[in-house]
Ligand binder design. Sequence first.
Ligand code: AMP
Ligand code: ZN
Length: 114
Amino acid sequence: MNDCPFCAIAAGTIAADRIYEDEEVVAFRDINPQAPTHILVIPREHIASAAELTRAQDPLWGRVLHVAQQLAVSEDIDASGFRLVTNVGADAGQTVPHLHLHLLGGRAMSWPPG
Ligand code: AMP
Ligand code: ZN
């Protein structure tokens, strides 16, 4: 998708504070952090949201999840706890139409979310 900001970050044509990348996945710090650690993990492949995932993409989604887990360790929030969120569509407040997993931690969080 030509005008997708996260495709541009994955391609390196938009700057981001990238902290991890491999052939399938890129992770970078959220530009508007909502917690001391706020990282977005994305597949390089353009997928609009979790609502669009196919069974063939099970390994890719698993990879996104595992990278988030590893980053929780490297950010030293694995013991204190962290939250993984993927917003889907308008009611969830999704603003970027490229699948991304939020990794949030470093402070206590309330439930239910707003
Ligand atoms: P969502 O509301 O779940 O779609 O989350 C999109 C997130 O992307 C928000 O938390 C934004 O702050 C973040 N974001 C948008 N553009 C950028 C960017 N260029 N670099 C880093 N984070 C971004
Ligand atoms: Zn995209």
